[in-house]
Write a protein that binds this ligand. Structure first.
Ligand SMILES: [Mn+2]
Length: 236
């Protein structure tokens, strides 16, 4: 396939086992949508990031541990908040440089939360404590089972991509956006009001998704539509 844009994807670092890893769905869904994914190192070295971004057409910031509350001016709420400084530092540096370049950016789960913080928003540190709800945002069902609905904002790229106002999603998140960053448009909410997607209308392509389309894409056309929109933006 020609014109397959190279898309940088940030991995998880298992510090105890000293291993980088990624759920294959992040990479496979990008390939299915016509992109060529590459797993990136964790680095906050500016020259390294510049060189990496010279090679890539877009960046996907993935799921993982909680975002350091200090980054939005709060103290740790309780022991449920688990952070990883090396990853916060690397993804902060990567996002800021990609954002300065106007590159297409997709943030999934933790990626969504981190980007909201870096743009000036805040998070619920522990969703069940700070925003109790009937909806289980950490489902026990399998990864590729949708367990709660979300309602989409009609004036959004996400709505245009999936073509439906109401979709079902999976849910594996401990945190969520509390105060959206300035200029960030909320594009989907769960029935309890929790923000499930957002985008930055004034920017070429910056979509934030709280659920996990990379775990659903094989069985869910909406998830494939999200990756297709992202890869199309990367293709320019
Ligand atoms: Mn959810």
């Amino acid at each position: 396939m020609t014109n397959r844009p190279l898309i940088g994807v940030t991995p998880i670092l298992n510090f105890e086992k000293q291993r980088f890893w990624l759920r294959p769905g992040y990479l496979d869904a990008i390939r299915d949508a016509g992109g060529l994914p590459v797993m990136l190192p964790h680095t906050d070295d500016e020259a390294e990031i510049d060189r990496i971004l010279d090679l890539c057409s877009a960046v996907l910031i993935t799921g993982g541990p909680d975002v350091e509350p200090e980054l939005y001016g709060e103290e740790r709420l309780n022991d449920s908040v688990e952070t990883q400084k090396v990853r916060d530092d690397a993804e902060t540096a990567l996002f800021c440089k990609a954002f300065d370049r106007g590159m297409p950016i997709l943030g999934i789960c933790r990626g969504m939360q981190l980007i909201n913080v870096l743009l000036g928003g805040t998070l619920y540190q522990d969703l069940p404590t700070q925003n109790p709800s009937e909806i289980r945002h950490r489902q026990e069902e399998a990864n590729d089972v949708a367990t709660h609905g979300v309602t989409l904002e009609r004036k959004s790229g996400l709505f245009r991509a999936v073509g439906s106002e109401r979709i079902d999603v999976n849910s594996f998140h401990h945190q969520a956006i509390r105060k959206p960053a300035p200029n960030l448009a909320v594009t989907a909410r769960a029935d309890d009001g929790v923000i499930e997607a957002a985008e930055l209308p004034a920017y070429p392509f910056l979509w934030l998704i709280q659920w996990h389309p990379e775990l659903l894409w094989k069985v869910d056309a909406n998830s494939r539509a999200i990756f297709r929109a992202f890869v199309d933006a990367a293709r320019g």
